[in-house]
Design a protein around this ligand. Structure first.
Ligand SMILES: NC(=O)c1ccc[n+]([C@@H]2O[C@H](COP(=O)([O-])OP(=O)(O)OC[C@H]3O[C@@H](n4cnc5c(N)ncnc54)[C@H](O)[C@@H]3O)[C@@H](O)[C@H]2O)c1
Length: 270
């Protein structure tokens, strides 16, 4: 018996990286998994992600382990498409118990995204991918959860949303992630009376294929071992984050809501 047997979970951005780890962990606990992504084979963009795959998609990986999964291609920036995604999950399984609004990320280089010189196109793109996508997804899922008067919502911020980079770069991403953390606090107040918990995770530097291939080589810290900035002296793994998602998705966290939980090994931003 898994702690999520009979439950339905929706994870966005689940084709690779952290979202894939969340989807697989929740499926391992017995949940039926809606795996949503703008590209269900996005792992092909990074060699390390592709090498980590044990089947052709996250959906196929879950099914190979005996779980139930539904793949949905969706751009979370598109409000109507997000509504259609949630309607599809409800048509298939009649409920949503857990939402992990994980889709998002940064675009552009830190050097080109300083707070005083932000390109409007990049600002719009990153705000839509992260903040708008999160709000659209939470709104659509909340409607379904309210009817059942229970549910667990997990949003995704970042250390970048808690403290600025030393040089003011990646400001668009930091601002969008800070907004997600604060939106989460409002959502927790709104949904608390319905028995729905809403919490946010704020990962530090997690060694996904994308981070290792793009962010670290291009960062202002590229000549320094990033692990030196972490109290635990190592970068995070996707499993480090998936364990916290398990806590927030199960009854272990029934009296936790409106929290923003760093998962950063004690990172000090340099
Ligand atoms: N990896 C880290 O160190 C780290 C740190 C802090 C926060 N985060 C956050 O965690 C989340 C996942 O990070 P990751 O490192 O696994 O990223 P990633 O880029 O490897 O994976 C993100 C996934 O989201 C999908 N996606 C992107 N835009 C989308 C859209 N508009 N609609 C639907 N799907 C979309 C991508 O196709 C991809 O599969 C992101 O929100 C990211 O900002 C990551």
């Amino acid at each position: 018996m898994g702690t999520l047997d009979g439950k339905v979970a929706l994870v966005t951005g689940a084709a690779r990286g952290l979202g894939r780890a969340y989807a697989k962990r929740l499926a391992g606990l017995g949940a039926k998994l809606a795996v949503a992504d703008i590209n269900l084979r996005s792992y092909e963009e990074f060699e390390a992600e592709a090498q980590d795959m044990t089947a052709a998609s996250t959906v196929a990986e879950i099914e190979a382990l005996g779980g139930s999964a539904l793949g949905i291609e969706v751009d979370v920036r598109d409000h109507q498409a997000v509504e259609a995604m949630v309607a599809r999950v409800v048509r298939e399984w009649d409920r949503i118990d857990v939402l992990v609004a994980n889709a998002g990320g940064g675009r552009g280089r830190p050097i080109d995204t300083k707070a005083s010189t932000l390109d409007p196109t990049l600002l719009r793109l990153v705000t839509e991918m992260n903040l708008y996508g999160t709000v659209y997804t939470c709104n659509a899922a909340a409607r379904v959860m309210k009817e059942r008067r229970c549910g667990k919502i997990i949003t995704v911020s970042s250390v970048a949303g808690t403290a600025p980079s030393a040089d003011g770069g990646y400001a668009h991403y930091g601002a969008a992630k800070a907004a997600i953390a604060h939106y989460t606090r409002y959502l927790a107040q709104d949904l608390g009376p319905f028995g729905i918990t809403v919490n946010c995770i704020a990962p530090g530097v997690i060694a996904t294929g994308r981070i290792m291939a793009t962010v670290i080589p291009g960062s202002s810290q590229s000549n320094r071992d990033r692990a030196e900035l972490v109290a635990l002296r190592r970068l995070g793994t996707v499993e480090d984050c998936a364990k916290v998602v398990e806590f927030l998705a199960t009854d272990l966290s029934d009296y936790v809501t409106g929290a923003v939980i760093p998962i950063d090994g004690g990172l000090v931003r340099g």
